[in-house]
Ligand binder design. Structure first.
Ligand code: UD1
Length: 416
């Protein structure tokens, strides 16, 4: 099994271009099942999760072609299969996002329960609540879930929690439903806005994406179009922390700064200089990092997907920091690995108390999930010695060219 090796690196310096957002590209690829003409997606990141989603689409009868770097052409005019295979579902939770499109386009869908990062229980009850409200009948047995409906009819749906995936799945099911669907307490993430703007280009009628109330007026059919994926705010945040933790000077290019406000604010709080300039942001690190506290929340709060990377940073701040994870039940799996590298972290329920240490020391560690893997790479950059990271397939699920990008900034990182 390949490993990522990270040696103690100098302060990282230079410019890095951020790829298209994984969490935007995945639902948009799923939504491509709704189009009946050619769809061209630009700035699609080169990631394992994207490959899996393309395989899912192909298995359902869509034609998927890679035209050039980051450009994918999809034609779903002849989709004919409503069953998603277990081996694809088990690789990635986001495969569940094809359920909404299949239900509304073919009137039925069947799948096994989704896989992906093992963070908390991650149920799908809200997705199913939405499908039911639109008139679908749901059956579940032996780990399979099927939904069918002669026709879907718009309704008012209140989400008990602003789930990103449920909001996306319900929007996609509603675009071809009869009448109007109103989703209240909807997720407000930028990736929801990107999905809605993509679907509207294809002919959908979605209003309010980016607010907590989304209105979808059903249309008879969707066509095709060209869409460019928004930049990945979590990849951007990870490189910003890389600059902060190494006392570097990195300019992160291709970002939408309004999407990364909490990350900018927290980096300033720990003592970094952050300069916003159009679609780029420069982060200048500081040797004397101050502690800070973080509470993860749905957007526009601090993103749970940046929690692990910040915990690595907090491990080297001078003083005590606290992290409260409110989005996922069990998202502290990186803590044991960071402790193996000398971090001083105590967990109390959904809180972690991080006492800053003078230095981290290399150790063989395992990426337990995608962002945990990123947190270990960041720790490796500043730890004494050579850090050996195992289970790196998690990192490849979500970071496009992580070694190339970090190496270009001066990091000592390679695969073995
Ligand atoms: C998406 C992101 C993931 C991010 C998360 C939260 C993608 C592909 N993944 O995941 O990177 O960490 O948003 O920002 O976009 N929940 C329920 N019932 C449901 C659905 C969710 O209780 O039906 C709970 C989950 O268990 C979790 C919380 O809601 O505790 C957030 O989940 P959700 O917003 O749905 O995250 P994902 O869409 O899975």
């Amino acid at each position: 099994m390949e490993k990522i090796m990270v040696e103690t690196s100098p302060p990282l310096k230079g410019k890095v271009r951020i790829s298209g957002a994984k969490n935007s590209a995945l639902p948009i690829l799923a939504a491509s099942l709704l189009g009946t003409e050619d769809i061209i997606l630009e700035d699609v990141p080169n990631l394992k999760d994207i490959e899996v989603m393309c395989e899912v689409l192909t298995s359902l009868g869509a034609k998927v072609e890679k035209l050039d770097k980051g450009i994918i052409k999809i034609n779903s005019s002849n989709i004919n299969n409503y069953i998603t295979r277990y081996e694809l579902m088990s690789k990635m939770r986001a495969s569940f996002l094809v359920m909404g499109p299949l239900l509304t386009r073919l009137g039925k869908t069947k799948t096994s329960l989704p896989g992906g990062c093992a963070i908390g229980t991650r149920p799908i009850d809200l997705h199913l609540k939405g499908f039911k409200a639109l008139g679908a009948t749901i059956n579940s047995d032996h780990g399979n879930i099927s939904a069918y409906a002669d026709k879907l009819v718009g309704d008012k749906i209140y989400l008990d929690f602003p789930s990103v995936g449920a909001t996306e799945n319900i929007i996609m099911a509603a675009v071809l439903a009869e009448g109007e669907t109103i989703i209240d307490n909807a997720a407000m993430e930028p990736e929801i806005v990107d999905l809605a703007s993509f679907l509207n280009k294809l002919g959908a009628d979605i209003k309010g994406a980016g607010t907590s109330t989304i209105r979808v007026k059903g249309v008879k059919k969707l066509g095709g179009g060209v869409h460019s994926i928004i930049p990945d705010r979590i990849e951007a945040g990870t490189f910003m922390v890389a600059s902060a933790i190494t006392g570097g000077d990195i300019t992160v290019e291709n970002v939408i700064t309004s999407h990364i406000k909490p990350i900018i604010a927290k980096l300033k709080e720990v003592g970094c200089e952050v300069i916003e300039n159009g679609d780029s942001v420069r982060v200048i690190g500081n040797k004397d990092l101050k502690p800070t506290d973080i509470k993860t929340l749905p957007y526009p709060g601090f993103p749970t997907d940046m929690q692990a990377q910040f915990m690595t940073l907090m491990s080297l701040c001078k003083g005590t920091s606290v992290v409260i994870e409110t989005v996922f039940e069990n998202r502290f799996m990186h803590v044991d690995e960071l402790k193996r590298m000398g971090a001083d972290i105590k967990i109390d329920g959904r809180s972690a108390i991080i006492q800053g240490v003078d230095k981290l020391t290399s150790a063989p560690v395992k990426a337990s999930d995608l962002r945990a893997g990123a947190a270990l790479v960041l720790a490796g950059l500043v730890a004494d010695g050579v850090t050996e990271i195992d289970n790196i397939y998690h990192i490849d699920r979500g970071y496009d060219g992580i070694e190339e990008k970090l190496s270009s900034l001066g990091a000592k990182i390679y695969r073995k």
